[in-house]
Design a protein. Structure first.
Length: 263
C-alpha cells in the first residue's frame, strides 16, 4: 500500500472538512498491521464470523423463523433482518448467544439523519443489538464530508454502546472515496466499516477489504458483504482483513455448498 498516497487522502479530507467549518483531526493511517484474527481452517469455525442475513423485501415470518433456527443451530454471530422483523427475531432468539442486527437507512442511505435516528431508536426498543447503517452516499460522492460525518454521529449518539456498522456501498466509490469514508466512520465513533448493501452495484472484493483494513487499523471492525457465497471466498475476505461476513448463504456455506442468494 502506498503510504504517501494514503497520507495525501488524509490531508485532503482534513482540508475539505476545514473548508466546511470543521477543524476535527483526521486519524492517521499507519503501516498495515498483522492480521487481527485467526483465519478459520474449517467451516464450523467460520460460523462465528457470519451475520446470517435475510433482507429481501418479500421475506415472510416463516423465512425469518428458518433464518433464526439456522443461526441457533450453527451459532452464527447474528441474524441481520429488516426493521419490521426485529421484534420477532428477538423473540425467537431469546436466551441465545446469537445477536439481532438490523439495517438503518437501507438500502440507499438517502434518508434524513432524523429518520435514521428514529429508525435506530425504534430498532433498539424492539430488541436490536447491532445496527448496520447506510452512509449518505450522495454526500460522500460530492465531497460533503461534514454532512457524512454528522449523519453517522447522529446514529452513533442515538445508539450508544451498540455495535454500529457503516455500509459504504463500495461499488459506487473510487478508492479515494473509500479511504475518506473509512476515516469519517472512525471519526464518528462507529465500530465497523462494511462494504455493501447487496442491493447496489458489485459487492465485497478482497482488494477493497484490504484497503479498508489498512485505513481503519487492526482493532476496528471490517465487514465483507455482498457476493460471499462459499467457504473459500469467506476465507479470502478474512485473510484480507474482514472480521465479519454478511451473507444470506451462511447455512449453505457451513454445509459445504455454494449459496445461491443475492446477498
Amino acid at each position: 500500500m502506498d503510504q504517501k498516497w494514503l497520507r495525501e487522502q488524509t490531508q485532503q479530507l482534513e482540508l475539505a472538512l476545514a473548508r466546511q467549518g470543521l477543524t476535527s483531526s483526521v486519524p492517521a493511517v499507519v503501516e498495515m498491521q498483522p492480521q487481527v484474527v485467526e483465519i478459520p481452517k474449517d467451516r464450523q469455525n467460520l460460523a462465528r464470523f457470519i451475520d446470517h442475513t435475510l433482507l429481501k423485501p418479500d421475506a415472510s415470518r416463516l423465512a425469518i423463523k428458518q433464518l433464526c433456527e439456522e443461526a441457533r443451530e450453527h451459532r452464527f454471530q447474528s441474524v441481520c433482518v429488516n426493521p419490521v422483523h426485529v421484534s420477532y427475531a428477538a423473540e425467537l432468539l431469546e436466551g441465545s448467544p446469537v445477536k439481532v442486527c438490523t439495517v438503518i437507512g437501507f438500502p440507499l442511505g438517502a434518508s434524513t439523519s432524523l429518520m435514521k435516528v428514529m429508525e435506530a431508536r425504534d430498532a433498539l426498543v424492539n430488541g436490536a443489538q447491532e445496527l448496520d447503517m447506510v452512509i449518505n452516499i450522495g454526500a460522500l460522492v460530492e465531497g460533503d464530508y461534514a454532512r457524512v460525518l454528522s449523519d453517522i454521529k447522529a446514529v452513533r449518539d442515538a445508539a450508544p454502546g451498540v455495535v454500529l456498522k457503516v455500509i459504504l456501498e463500495t461499488g459506487y466509490l473510487t478508492k479515494e472515496q473509500i479511504v475518506r469514508a473509512c476515516l469519517l466512520v472512525r471519526m464518528a465513533g462507529a465500530d465497523f466499516v462494511k462494504t455493501s448493501t447487496g442491493f447496489g452495484p458489485g459487492g465485497a472484493t478482497v482488494e477493497d477489504i484490504s484497503l479498508m483494513r489498512t485505513v481503519v487499523g487492526p482493532e476496528f471492525g471490517v465487514k465483507a458483504s455482498g457476493g460471499v457465497r462459499d467457504f473459500a471466498t469467506a476465507q479470502a475476505m478474512i485473510k484480507a482483513g474482514a472480521t465479519r461476513i454478511g451473507t444470506s448463504s451462511g447455512a449453505a456455506i457451513i454445509a459445504g455448498a455454494e449459496g445461491t442468494g443475492d446477498y
